[in-house]
Design a protein around this ligand. Structure first.
Ligand SMILES: [Mn+2]
Length: 318
């Protein structure tokens, strides 16, 4: 059967759900970010028979184009869309009408939802992959994850999940690394058994240990948020460290990845007053960019010239 598994490329939850759907369907892997999702869907041929999408936050500015692709593929394929990003009832209805099976729950991470969807086709070791996604997406307190965590060796899960997350941070932007990780996980290797993962995790630990002071010296506080531009470090890590360094509810870190464009990561604590993903989606679109994500972890892309406007708008809301 011609099967394809599309998933979010940037974090443990995205790669974890990809590994589970690959393990269950034997599908060909395509990893995607939020903003090249439609482009990646176009790579799937008309005669595909099975398509599984996970952790992709499709209810964004490109939703009409996304829906068009779903309609094209649904003519031949059974499609399952698995996600925990915010999705409006209207968007879900449109997907179902197009023939897509929608598995959506904002309370569980995508890996957990993928595990639940394919449980009967997955071996025992798949539980760890689902739990790794839950831990690193801060969703191990959700009903299903909590129950599975209590049935597991908690420290084992935390170590495997953190090791994988840190290794991905270390190898960010390294061509082929996430794909290799998915391949190995889908063969039910544990993260510590994957070549290069433990070493990359330790290197990342060393870097982060030094980074705390650096962030304190180079970040700027504005109202209830702190922000910083970085050239070399993971924006997700910097955003997290800013929160502690400045004792604020929100950290914002940006990096110029493509000339003229900032890639921005946002992280929040429970004291942040808004849903960061939804807030930054609106602001970034109004500035000519795009963005989205979760309540306490989100990202966007904006023109470098618009960064002051972004920070001002965010500082007013959070
Ligand atoms: Mn996720």
């Amino acid at each position: 059967m011609k099967a394809y598994c599309l998933s979010h490329r940037k974090d443990v939850d995205g790669l974890g759900s990809a590994s589970l759907s690959v393990a269950a369907t034997g599908g060909e892997l395509i990893l995607s970010d939020y903003d090249d999702l439609v482009e990646n869907l176009r790579r799937i041929p008309d005669d595909a028979e099975r398509v599984v999408l996970s952790d992709l936050g499709a209810d964004s500015a490109d939703f009409p184009e996304f829906l068009e692709q779903m309609e094209r593929l649904a003519a031949h394929a059974k499609i399952t869309y698995i996600d925990h990003h915010y999705m409006s009832e209207g968007a879900k209805r449109k997907l179902r009408k197009a023939g897509v099976e929608v598995v959506h729950d904002t309370k569980e991470c995508a890996s957990m939802l993928t595990y639940r969807t394919f449980k009967d086709q997955l071996p025992e070791r798949a539980r760890l992959i689902a739990l790794c996604g839950a831990v690193t997406d801060y969703m191990d307190d959700s009903p299903l994850a909590k129950k599975m965590m209590e049935q597991s060796d908690r420290q084992f899960v935390l170590l495997e999940a953190s090791m994988l997350s840190y290794a991905l941070g270390r190898k960010e932007g390294k061509e082929g690394f996430p794909e290799m990780v998915v391949r190995e996980l889908s063969r039910m290797k544990h993260p510590h058994e994957i070549l290069g993962v433990p070493q990359a995790a330790v290197e990342e630990l060393e870097k982060i240990a030094q980074l705390g002071e650096f962030v304190k010296a180079h970040g700027t506080k504005k109202g209830r948020l702190a922000y910083m531009v970085t050239g070399q470090y993971s924006t997700g890590n910097i955003a997290k460290l800013l929160i502690g360094a400045f004792e604020v509810p929100v950290g914002v870190a940006m990096k110029e990845k493509k000339k003229g464009w900032y890639e921005v990561s946002l992280r929040g604590t429970s004291e942040c007053k808004v849903h960061l993903g939804r807030t930054v989606a609106k602001i970034s679109v109004s500035l000519g960019g795009s963005g989205g994500g979760h309540r306490k972890a989100a990202g966007c892309r904006v023109p470098v010239s618009k960064v002051d406007a972004l920070i001002r708008a965010l500082a007013k809301k959070v």
